[in-house]
Design a binder for this molecule. Structure first.
Ligand SMILES: [Fe+2]
Ligand SMILES: [Zn+2]
Length: 350
């Protein structure tokens, strides 16, 4: 494959990346770690309520949390060396690397005709006329990729996993995932997809979330298996607009459920939760800060490609992970979309 000769720019994260939102799967709890004393004061009791009652169980949690803090410290340098090494990866399907219209569902191409992009109403009208649905406030689904493309991409991801000795986990909630950014695939495929197709949509449907000014993204694949990793706990995403694309059909269950927005009390929610079926080649688009989780799959396996679209115009104001004005730190690659003032790029790609 040929990679663009992009010169990597410095990127930025909020310093909370190194200590906030650490997920303890066994007890279904997100924690923050600064030091042992703080951790005990803040979390020992809530852990106890969740069944972590013995000293042994507690020290196990503590060492898991410290391990995660250590992983995050090394995350960006390891990501960079993996990314550079992955340039040598030989694709089974080299045609996946650059976006081609043949990858896209013809209903999506029809939906995206110029005449349908006049305003939000014309786009939504076009969306529902081309196999799409409006599920709730700013929750949409529509066909995007062909089944063949999804099949090839799933196979490619499996091959990549098998042939790669070391890879970073895209998040702490799914251990079978692949970072499409580290793999290198997203920087060719997704930059084109976002520029030509996704941003025209987000500009009209998510103007309040920087939809017209997407300047970085993060992309990864998640994998679920009925017996081993059936579901995903409730969370929000570290982005402005999220996209989840289902890549296969041999499973049952796995619906995506969307609930309240970050900062909104669950009890204030006067609407029914939104539940969306996952179908091969279809994407679900929603506000990243709307809490969501996937129902357990009851049989088979499910792989989804996730794209987190980010706009520095929104996130420079407040880091969604710590809720404060971001405390900016430089990283060599795989930043979280913050910038240092105007005119500074958020990433090397968009
Ligand atoms: Fe998510
Ligand atoms: Zn933060």
């Amino acid at each position: 494959m040929s990679h663009p000769s992009t010169v990597l720019r410095t990127e930025y994260v909020c310093s909370c990346f190194f200590k906030y939102q650490i997920f303890i799967k066994k007890y279904g709890l997100h924690v923050c770690y600064d030091n042992d004393v703080q951790f005990e004061a803040d979390f020992r009791q809530s852990l106890r309520f969740r069944g972590c009652s013995t000293d042994k169980q507690y020290t196990d949690v503590l060492s898991q949390v410290k391990g995660e803090v250590e992983r995050r410290k090394n995350y960006h340098s390891r990501f960079l060396s993996n990314y550079l090494r992955n340039r040598e990866y030989r694709y089974v399907y080299p045609e996946l690397v650059q976006l081609q219209t043949s990858h896209l569902d013809c209903r999506f191409l029809d939906m995206m005709q110029e005449k349908n992009l006049q305003n939000a109403d014309t786009l939504l009208h076009s969306l529902v006329n081309h196999g799409g649905h409006v599920h709730g406030q700013q929750v949409y689904s529509f066909p995007i990729f062909t089944e063949e493309f999804c099949k090839h991409l799933s196979e490619e991801l499996e091959n990549f996993k098998q042939s790669t000795k070391e890879r970073s986990l895209p998040n702490t909630m799914n251990f079978e995932g692949v970072s499409l950014d580290e793999m290198g695939l997203s920087y060719t495929l997704l930059t084109a997809l976002i520029k030509a197709y996704l941003q025209p949509i987000t500009k009209l449907l998510f103007p309040d979330w920087g939809g017209g000014a997407i300047d970085s993204f993060k992309s990864f694949a998640v994998h679920y298996e009925a017996d081993k990793y059936p579901s995903l706990s409730k969370h929000f995403d570290n982005a402005e607009i999220s996209l989840s694309i289902c890549l296969n059909s041999n499973f049952t269950g796995g619906e995506l459920q969307l609930e309240q927005m970050l900062g909104q009390e669950e009890a204030d929610l006067d609407m029914e939760p939104v539940v969306v079926q996952q179908k091969v080649g279809q994407c679900i688009m929603h506000r990243s800060r709307q809490f969501h989780f996937a129902h357990p799959i009851t049989s088979g396996v499910r792989t989804n490609m996730i794209v987190w679209m980010r706009s520095s115009s929104i996130r420079n104001e407040m880091c969604p992970m710590c809720g404060h004005s971001p405390d900016i730190q430089e990283v060599p690659i795989a930043g979280d979309g913050f910038t240092l003032g105007q005119g500074n790029p958020a990433c090397s790609w968009l």
